[in-house]
Design a binder for this molecule. Structure first.
Ligand SMILES: [Zn+2]
Length: 252
């Protein structure tokens, strides 16, 4: 999906501390400012949000446009305050573990338009895929992690919220189905942007192939250390410097 990067200036007053995030999930918000655009909300963060220093990683706009305000490696300031004592402990860790997405809406009831909802679902699916989040268990409303009435429409319509998460899961499942499958024994080897399907064997996370196969991919270069190749094939290797001789003895 198309994401417009408009990163906030570094600094706590802009809602950007630069602290590293340890991502565990996503928190969805509504902007609570009917009719305001994604860029206007981004600029509100940039200008210090009236001294509050708040921010979110992404903002989804009224036409479904997506603006990124904070890189996914960093913390954003979107869910740090508890709205009842029950959430005090949870709220303390929210920002260090959750990506924040603000969402624009036309009316005061906070209902997102269809195009905004589709875009939000697509964005959530992309983030879930990148970070191996479970869309049902790892996406939260702001309400669920702090008690705030946000995003208002989903707080008032819990069924619509469950349906939204199910739509994110459906997108992920579809992506999974569309992943190209390879015949057994082949792997994709991407070299300088070109994909080669080569015969290779996975042994404990290391891939072994014939030197002739590798030579076909990278051409007439040094392709492997002789010792590595021999040892990988079960030989014990010694080197005699005086005689300039490599000696390989197979097991047994
Ligand atoms: Zn919120």
């Amino acid at each position: 999906m198309k994401i417009t990067e408009a990163l906030l200036t570094m600094g706590a007053s802009h809602g950007r501390t630069g602290k590293a995030i340890k991502p565990e999930g996503i928190v969805v918000h509504y902007v609570a400012n009917p009719g305001s655009s994604a860029m206007a909300n981004r600029n509100y963060f940039e200008n210090g949000s009236g001294g509050r220093g708040v921010s979110s990683h992404y903002i989804v706009g009224l036409q479904g446009e997506v603006i990124q305000c904070i890189p996914e490696a960093e913390v954003a300031m979107h869910a740090g305050a508890a709205y009842s004592n029950a959430y005090l402990e949870q709220a303390r860790k929210n920002n260090s573990i959750f990506y924040g997405i603000e969402t624009c809406h036309p009316e005061a009831d906070g209902k997102f338009s269809d195009v905004t909802t589709e875009s939000l679902a697509e964005l959530c699916a992309e983030i879930c895929a990148r970070h191996k989040f479970d869309p049902i268990a790892d996406i939260y409303t702001h309400n669920e992690v702090t008690g705030k009435l946000c995003p208002l429409y989903y707080v008032n319509h819990p069924d619509a919220w469950q349906q939204f998460k199910a739509s994110v899961k459906a997108l992920l499942d579809k992506q999974e189905e569309q992943k190209p499958t390879l015949p057994p024994g082949l792997v994709n080897l991407m070299v300088d942007g070109i994909n080669y399907q080569i015969e290779a064997e996975n042994t404990g996370g290391r891939f072994y192939t014939k030197l002739t196969v590798l030579a076909r991919v990278i051409g007439p270069k040094k392709v492997a250390a002789i010792r590595d190749v021999l040892e990988a094939n079960g030989y014990t290797v010694t080197w005699d410097e005086e005689l300039n001789r490599i000696t390989a003895v197979s097991a047994g």
